[in-house]
Design a protein around this ligand. Structure first.
Ligand code: URA
Length: 421
């Protein structure tokens, strides 16, 4: 067995030189996939020290280029979610922060596991091309204050290679592996102010609140040790964040939030935006919250999202209320509560998988109106498939198994469990 794997299993310090040789060896094809999988499995089981986690992050950053942007009145802000269902916060946070005058340039990913990807959502705006160079993204920031683009191939190639292997080998759920993956991308991405949205619950990669807090603390500490301003919000992922999962319906829900709809999605987006505005401008949390709320309520943030979409080449048809109503209206099947009671559990991982399958067949998305603890009447629709395609009966059966209704009352879950700064 390789020395580095034995060291992980004996919980010995690995050190930066050994980690560097190992990661570079993997990228150069000298360390094989099987050996790397053994290493990842060992890290999942035995973890790494904070020092080695930090060294791994550094080695990953150094595997590619690090961006730097031209100076502006305020530092660049960025957000990152550790992954969840119906999480279209970027579509709301980017325009709020940009409307506040804080430059926002974010590189986002595509779908991963059961979770959705911001880039797939952006592409729902016909014509929008998120595959652009950094120079082109900076031009968009010059024009409208924010750009959300697809991840560059040159940025953290080690994360790209490792993440693919982790996804294939079931080695995603590890604190040091998630932390190094997220933080390496943030350190290489050129921003100076970060708000991390660390999800907790059965739809998150970290299910327990304590583990999520530990992950948040680890990530904030590394970012700060590199001179960045960072805060993490521990948010609930025991139910989809927005009311619609997947496709055009999810994007339309985000536009509805920017048009005044109040929901957990708009509430969390306001919290993340407030933190970024407060950190970037050096103003109090209250002042950040006041500005974010004003920009959302006044419609300035909605106008800003239209500008961003247009600047990235997209059409604005989804901003028409009629078009959104059309997307939400097309019901092609529902699952109904078999008894009255309270919503106890939503299996978010299965629900995310079903939403993905439905979307791949051309569906608009799935409407999930209830949150944990909500009272449910027998016969109420727990989930509604939206689209202009025929719903396969097997999808409805699978969907029905995602919901657990209890006869006895269930406490609602908080949206935010804590803040790490
Ligand atoms: N998001 C990432 O970018 N990396 C992980 O490992 C998990 C979530």
């Amino acid at each position: 067995m390789n020395e580095i794997i034995e060291k992980v299993m004996r919980k010995e310090e690995l050190g930066e030189p050994l980690l560097k040789e190992w990661i570079e060896g993997f990228l150069a094809g000298k360390v094989g996939k099987d050996e790397m999988t053994e290493f990842l499995k060992a890290v999942c089981k035995f973890s790494l020290s904070e020092k080695d986690g930090s060294a791994l992050t550094k080695v990953m950053v150094e595997s590619g280029e690090t961006l730097s942007f031209k100076k502006r009145a305020y530092p660049y802000a960025d957000k990152h979610s550790t992954g969840g269902l119906a999480d279209s916060t970027t579509l709301i946070v980017a325009p709020i922060v940009a409307a506040a005058g804080v430059p926002f340039l974010k590189m986002s990913g595509r779908k991963l596991g059961h979770t959705g990807g911001t880039i797939d959502k952006l592409e729902k705006f016909k014509g929008l091309n998120p595959e652009m160079s950094i120079a082109a993204a900076e031009k968009v920031v010059d024009e409208v204050g924010a750009a959300v683009i697809a991840q560059s191939k040159e940025l953290v190639p080690a994360d790209k290679a490792l993440y693919k292997l982790r996804d294939e080998t079931g080695t995603v759920k590890s604190l040091p592996l998630i932390a190094s993956s997220v933080v390496s991308k943030k350190l290489a991405s050129g921003a100076d102010v970060f708000c991390l949205d660390v999800k907790t619950g059965n739809g998150a990669f970290m299910e327990g609140v304590e583990d999520s807090v530990a992950l948040a603390e680890w990530m904030v500490k590394i970012l700060k040790s590199h001179g960045k301003k960072a805060v993490a919000v521990i948010s609930d992922m025991n139910a989809p964040l927005g009311d619609y999962i997947g496709g055009e319906a999810e994007v339309s829900d985000a536009i509805d939030c920017l048009s005044g709809k109040q929901s957990r999605l708009s509430e969390l987006s306001l919290i993340l935006s407030s933190k970024l505005i407060s950190l970037a401008k050096g103003v109090s949390e209250d002042a950040g919250a006041e500005e974010a709320t004003r920009l959302l309520r006044s419609g300035e943030a909605l106008k800003k999202l239209m500008e961003i979409v247009r600047a990235e080449g997209g059409e604005l048809s989804l901003f028409s209320e009629e078009k959104r109503k059309e997307i939400f209206a097309a019901d092609v099947g529902s699952v109904f509560a078999e008894k009255s009671g309270y919503l106890k559990k939503i299996d978010c991982v299965s629900l995310g998988g079903i939403a993905r399958k439905f979307e791949e067949k051309g569906g608009n998305g799935i409407f999930v109106p209830f949150k944990i603890g909500d009272p449910i009447e027998k016969g109420a629709a727990l989930a509604v498939l939206k689209g202009k395609i025929e719903a396969d009966p097997s999808i409805l059966r699978e969907l029905s198994a995602c919901f657990d209704v209890s006869k006895t009352p269930v406490d609602p879950l908080p949206l935010v469990y804590g803040i790490v700064d």
